[in-house]
Design a protein around this ligand. Structure first.
Ligand code: S3P
Length: 456
């Protein structure tokens, strides 16, 4: 069969015509340590929201530090396709010419959101309130992910959204619906569900309120406030009134703590490391990884704490040492939900047992992150037992190299790249193209930090 190079996971032209699709392979030479100062790209969650909210605001929103990764660029392309003028005047800089709450236009074709669950779920909320019909598509991974968590409460508000049979994409959204505010108690702690409902709630009659079983990232609420719409919070519930108008503003996007996590772990597991990560977002709803690594004995200090675009940031200094296993407190799970692949590597290097439970959500991320991480860790020789809602890892013993399948999941690929720092022989990681969804330039950054990684 001929070989083509294409973005992993997409049901593409090349696959359709019978090409075998090749994706990049990373090879990491064993050992090393992390040193120096490393710049981390902009926050993915905040970058998505800057495009979405800037587009429906009145006037101009200027964004700096925007993540030029495939996921946030998929959101940007979607809004351009709905008639929003969006300029990119320089690296990390975006100018959104907002069209106001009622200014979006019907896209000429289905919106392709690639690998991005955040784009699809938040857009489901925003687009269910528009006067036009539209379709949302994704790649092979996104097309397996559950969407009823958003379509069910949106239907309660009056939206009309069709999914595929198993509640998965594509989504067909019927326009021209009159939405009514609801109170919704989320069965799972999900910022994507909360945000989808708040975005629909902007257009709904009356009040929309969402209660969460555990705190989830609050970037939507913070950014709405920066654009002039103040959602109120009472304990576990956030509510807003329909009919608000948003005003364009200036948004500085902090560096993404989820991307920083790979280097936090990399430095923490390799004795002799000392790494400085500037301008990292330390929103309290995102710092689970910091708390968990500290509980495991990591030496992490925060300096230069300040506010940037309505979000707290700090410079993080991490020194390498010996970690120890812990029972991960349940209340930290939602606050570190994207960082568990990296944290499992920390656990593999930590003395003793680490136990994660209450994290069944990991099974429906870009891959089944419990199974895929357990398979990869075992291939290295680490004692890792997957459970229905987490993992048990007996760490601290030397481990070897292996060829790992990332299943096209960006965070799996980057986590095993970091594992190379403590391996006895080379680690090869297959199917790494999707690293570009959240961390463009990862290989360059990893090399700069001291990781001996090559790609082919
Ligand atoms: C995100 C919320 C989280 C997270 C995802 C980004 C967001 O998803 O895993 O990477 O930007 O709102 P859930 O809402 O499914 O927990």
């Amino acid at each position: 069969m001929p070989i083509a190079r294409e973005r992993s996971g997409s049901p593409t032209y090349f696959q359709a015509v019978g090409y075998r699709v090749m994706s990049r392979t990373f090879t990491i030479a064993p050992g090393g340590r992390c040193a120096g100062t490393v710049d981390i790209p902009g926050d993915k969650s905040i970058s998505h929201r800057a495009i979405m909210l800037g587009s429906i605001a009145e006037g101009i929103t200027k964004v700096s530090g925007f993540l030029e990764g495939e996921d946030s660029l998929a959101t940007l392309a979607a809004f351009r396709a709905m008639g929003v003028r969006i300029e990119r005047p320089g690296p990390g800089r975006v100018t959104v010419h907002g069209v106001g709450m009622r200014g979006l236009r019907a896209p000429a074709a289905p919106l392709d959101l690639g690998n991005s669950g955040t784009s699809m779920r938040l857009l489901a909320g925003l687009l269910s309130a528009q006067p036009f019909d539209c379709e949302l598509h994704g790649d092979a991974s996104l097309t397996r992910r559950p969407m009823r968590r958003v379509t069910t409460p949106l239907a309660e508000m009056g939206a009309c959204i069709e999914t595929a049979e198993k509640g998965t994409p594509p989504l067909r959204i019927r326009g021209g619906k009159h939405l009514q505010g609801i109170h919704y108690r989320m069965p799972v702690a999900s910022a994507q569900v909360k945000s989808a409902l708040l975005l629909a709630g902007l257009y709904a009659e009356g009040e929309t309120s969402v209660s969460e079983p555990a705190p989830t990232r609050d970037h939507t609420e913070r950014m709405l406030a920066a654009l002039g719409c103040h959602a109120r919070r009472y304990n576990d519930t956030v509510c807003l009134q329909g009919g608000a108008r948003l005003r364009g503003t200036y948004i500085e996007v902090p560096a993404d703590i989820s991307s920083a996590a790979f280097f936090m772990v990399g430095a923490a597991i390799s004795p002799g490391s000392e790494l400085l990560l500037p301008r990292i977002g330390i929103n309290p709803t995102r710092i689970g990884v910091l708390s968990i690594l500290r509980l495991m004995g990591a030496d992490i200090t925060l300096t230069n704490e300040r506010m940037l675009g309505g979000e707290p940031v700090a410079d993080l200094r991490i020194r390498g040492g010996q970690l120890h296993g812990i029972d991960i407190p349940r209340e930290l799970v939602a606050l570190a939900i994207d960082e568990f692949p990296a944290l499992f590597i920390a656990a593999a290097c930590a003395e003793g047992r680490t136990v994660l439970s209450g994290a069944e959500e990991l099974r429906v991320k870009e891959s089944d992150r419990i199974q895929v991480m357990a398979d990869g860790l075992r291939a290295l020789g680490v004692e890792a037992s997957p459970t229905a809602d987490g993992m048990i890892i007996d760490g601290g013993r030397p481990y070897g190299g292996a060829t790992i399948d990332s299943h096209g999941d960006h965070r799996i690929a980057m986590s095993f790249a970091i594992a190379g720092l403590r391996a006895n022989s080379a680690i090869r990681i297959r199917d790494c193209d999707n690293v570009d969804t959240s961390f463009p330039g990862f290989v360059r950054t990893a090399c700069a930090a001291g990781i001996a990684i090559t790609q082919a």
